[in-house]
Design a protein around this ligand. Structure first.
Ligand code: AGP
Length: 608
């Protein structure tokens, strides 16, 4: 959702801002804009729609300067029009502001400003911030400090003022902001991917921080003006990992990066010398482990599917009961929280508003708090005491792929770590560790399926407005994930269902040629699922089956078999999801859709 970039340095700022915004496009947006300090004025350009429209405006109306702000907006207050795009300015055109988040006292502030005679020119909450800053007195920093108590809600704001042509001021409460420390230049952004090509030295702002960013340095203060020291961190992500690297789309590149991402994640957790898991990352003290009786996994979207798989892993390996919740439900359902509970927030971005709220609820209720997260330094990272970093690297495609599979590996590692700490380890642990080490190879084999094999699947799915994805047991969440992938990027309706439930309703959908994708398990439930597929076939529907092994026993029920290597059943979800990711990708490409930036979606959902 919304992206921010600010720059103070020696280079012409427009190319820097456009480049930063291009790197933030993946977050999802529907308008864009920038403000440049030029010759004692704040000059603003904005455009509805894609960044190309803003680039066109910048070509027609060139701006020059070395200090400025850029923004990609995902509409909340007001339609995605040019008037509502950011930056927003005050009445005098002195202050320009970009903003991620939502002001909760929008209506009251708007009424107050209107009553005071202020003529508002947009429907945004952001303009209210610009107007308040414009009406305050003193330097931009003093104006921000005076305005902060008036703002209720979530905001990451970056502002400039024409009277201070060497300064950018950034402040946050909720959505993240990171300052990049460059050579003769400093930047501020909502996301490190916008900075990586210029610097890897960053400092993360905390909620309530205000940063005064100048070319020769950065000063961070709190809302009362007192100084705050924030550590400088050096990121280990390199800019090339956020580039397409010869692939047509980020999503395809990220699908193919999974063997490496899994390898790195496994290496981070395993103690290969003793064939066990290194639990340091989880950091639970012995008395906390002794108290531990149950777990809650909270997450959204694809991360929630990872949680559903994690429940199987953790319950089987530790014997502890696990509840899985959508974070957006958990935060409002009064869950039973206590100090015998470990709550794990699973989030790729570490910035999903609902997941953060659920984690805060758990922390305030006295639970131990952990996160499985792909973003060191993110809000979830800083909130949790126990942290497992997935090593997926930057994930740019809105449809999550490598973040998901690394989450599954993190969950299995967490289960193994807890099992060992609880004194339950046996020979199975060493076997699972060995399986984890073999997993990247299995993924490479799964990715090596001849693309031509997908053609029939692609044809069937793209030719139908609806499809059904079936799974059982630990592979049921993979059916959900396969359906979500298809929906997200192809805009075709797909529904994930536990195969045994099909008879209780969805069977009514089946007719000649209706596509049913089945994720077929090994073990006792295989025959059950084959029985379900017979019912599907009997109604003339088409069956696409993903299965471990060669799938010879599926020949009579499936129109297409996508075979993947057989691994331990607890790890089979990691391998089985790959063909479903590729299938969704190929359908979206065949339909000519924008795979990496699907309509209406945002990579990081920072509002409720
Ligand atoms: C995944 O393909 C989606 N884009 C979405 O469901 C995502 O997983 C969800 O918004 C949660 O994001 P998070 O992992 O960053 O918290």
């Amino acid at each position: 959702m919304c992206g921010i970039i600010g720059y103070v340095g020696g280079d012409e700022v427009v190319p820097v801002l456009l480049d930063g915004l291009r790197r933030l496009e993946y977050r999802g947006y529907d308008s864009a804009g920038m403000a440049v300090l030029e010759g004692g004025a704040v000059r603003v350009l904005r455009a509805a729609g894609k960044l190309a429209n803003l680039e066109q405006r910048a070509y027609q109306e060139p701006l020059h300067g070395t200090v400025g702000l850029g923004h990609t907006r995902w509409a909340t207050h007001g339609a995605p029009t040019e008037a509502n795009a950011h930056p927003q300015t005050d009445a005098a055109g002195s202050v320009a502001v970009v903003h991620n988040g939502i002001l909760e006292n929008y209506a009251a502030l708007r009424a107050e400003l209107a009553a005071a005679g202020c003529r508002l020119r947009s429907d945004t909450d952001t303009e209210l911030i610009a107007q308040l800053l414009g009406a305050a007195a003193g330097s931009l920093l003093e104006r921000v400090l005076a305005t902060l108590p008036r703002l209720v809600g979530q905001y990451a704001v970056v502002a400039v003022r024409r009277e201070e042509p060497d300064t950018v001021v950034a402040f946050r409460n909720g959505p993240p902001l990171v300052v990049g420390l460059g050579d003769g230049e400093n930047l501020v952004a909502s996301d490190v991917t916008a900075l990586l090509h210029r610097t890897r030295r960053v400092l993360f702002l905390e909620n309530g921080d205000v940063a005064v960013v100048r070319r020769d340095g950065v000063r961070v203060v709190r809302g009362d003006g007192s100084a705050a020291a924030r550590p400088v961190e050096v990121l280990d992500w390199d800019a090339a990992r956020a580039e397409k690297g010869g692939y047509r789309h980020f999503m395809l590149k990220e699908i193919h990066e999974q063997p490496d991402a899994i390898r790195n994640t496994v290496l981070a957790y395993l103690d290969t010398a003793r064939h066990g898991v290194n639990l340091e990352g989880l950091g639970l003290a012995p008395d906390e482990l002794a108290r531990l009786r149950r777990l809650h996994l909270v997450a959204c979207g694809t991360s929630w599917h990872a949680a559903l798989v994690g429940k199987f892993m953790i319950e089987e390996l530790t014997g502890l009961p696990v509840e899985v919740d959508y974070a957006s439900e958990y935060r409002y359902r009064r869950p039973l929280i206590g100090d015998d509970l470990l709550v794990v927030g699973i989030t790729q971005s570490g910035e999903t508003a609902d997941t953060l709220a659920a984690m805060e609820l758990a922390r305030d209720g006295g639970a131990q708090l952990a996160t499985i997260c792909n973003s060191r330094g993110s809000s979830a990272w800083r909130l949790a005491r126990s942290r497992l970093l997935t090593q997926a690297g930057p994930e740019i495609g809105v449809a999550s792929t490598k973040a998901f599979t690394t989450q599954l590996v993190a969950l299995l590692s967490m289960a193994l770590g807890l099992r060992e700490a609880l004194g339950r380890a046996d020979h199975r642990d060493a076997e699972l560790v060995a399986e984890l080490q073999r997993l990247p190879l299995a993924l490479e084999q799964a990715l090596a399926i001849d693309p031509a094999r997908y053609e029939l699947g692609c044809e069937l799915l793209s030719g139908s407005a609806d499809s059904l994805y079936l799974g059982r047991g630990i592979l049921y969440p993979i059916a959900l994930e396969g359906a979500l992938k298809l929906k997200e990027i192809s805009y075709l309706h797909a529904e994930g269902y536990p195969a045994g439930e099909m008879k209780h309703g969805p069977i009514a959908l089946l007719q000649e040629g209706f596509p049913v994708v089945a994720v077929v398990p090994d073990g006792p439930s295989r025959d059950k699922l084959l029985g379900n597929l017979m019912e599907v076939r009997a109604r003339g529907a088409a069956v696409l089956a993903v299965t471990a092994g060669d799938g010879a026993d599926l020949a009579h029920v499936a129109d297409l078999v996508l075979p993947v290597p057989r691994v331990d059943p607890l790890l089979q979800p990691v391998v089985a999801v790959l063909p479903l990711q590729l299938l969704a990708y190929q359908v979206a490409v065949a339909l000519g859709l924008d795979v990496d930036q699907p309509r209406n979606l945002a990579k990081s959902v920072t509002v409720e």
